[in-house]
Design a protein around this ligand. Structure first.
Ligand SMILES: [Mg+2]
Length: 222
């Protein structure tokens, strides 16, 4: 593909360095109920909606033989920890440059995130460049069907930009998110990290060690 019809960006772990903070919040919350979340469990939570993660952690707490009254009880412990940490999440290397580059070249952009609108507002507050991405699909979006790894987030983001998802570049960091983008037919760019170095991402994915590797120059001539 010479050029994307649009760039569809994940947020957590892709534009903002929130994944270690999300992991810490889930780990501390689970531990308060007696359950340990090892790296494999934490990786399985990555990229998914809060309620989907809560249901999974609840299942682990119960299968480990501990007690938790339900999703709300778990989130009541987890949310204050997460909000305190996430309000100060730094940007990923190259994220601001890439978004500004898309904006400058006139490449349409959308945010395709599992995070709720309120959570995005909290995390984005210190990063005004994120406002350049005006089209957004949130995890609690009224028009959204299933969360990642289902393709709905990316299909809805492309629809809102009035482009075909198959002509879009999607940027993801999580296995669930990459599966979602691939299922939507996007050209998937995966920012991989130490936590995902052994993950098999969808066939045809472009693997990136840093967003600084993404080159959109020449777009106007393409
Ligand atoms: Mg992510």
């Amino acid at each position: 593909m010479a050029r994307p019809a649009a760039c569809l960006f994940d947020l957590d772990g892709l534009l903002l360095d929130t994944e270690p903070l999300h992991a810490r919040a889930w780990r501390d919350a689970a531990r308060s109920f007696g359950t340990q979340l090892d790296p494999a469990r934490l990786l399985a939570l990555r990229g998914r909606r809060r309620h989907d993660c809560a249901d999974q952690v609840l299942a682990w707490i119960r299968s480990d033989g501990h007690r938790c009254d339900g999703r709300e009880a778990l989130l009541a412990v987890r949310q204050p920890i997460a909000e305190r940490l996430l309000a100060q999440a730094p940007a990923m290397a190259g994220a601001e440059r890439l978004v500004r580059s898309c904006y400058g070249l006139g490449v349409p952009m959308a945010l395709a995130t599992s995070s709720s609108r309120a959570a995005v507002e909290l995390k984005a507050a210190p990063h005004p460049w994120l406002e350049l991405i005006a089209t957004r699909v949130h995890g609690d979006d009224a028009e959204l069907g299933a969360g990642k790894p289902a393709p709905d987030v990316f299909l809805l983001a492309a629809a809102r930009l009035r482009v075909d998802a198959a002509s879009c570049w999607a940027f993801e960091d999580s296995p669930a998110g990459a599966m979602a983008a691939a299922a939507a037919g996007c050209r998937v760019h995966v920012l991989f990290t130490e936590a995902t170095q052994n993950v098999v991402f969808p066939l045809g994915s472009v693997l990136l060690a840093s967003l600084e590797e993404v080159v959109l120059s020449g777009y106007e001539q393409a």
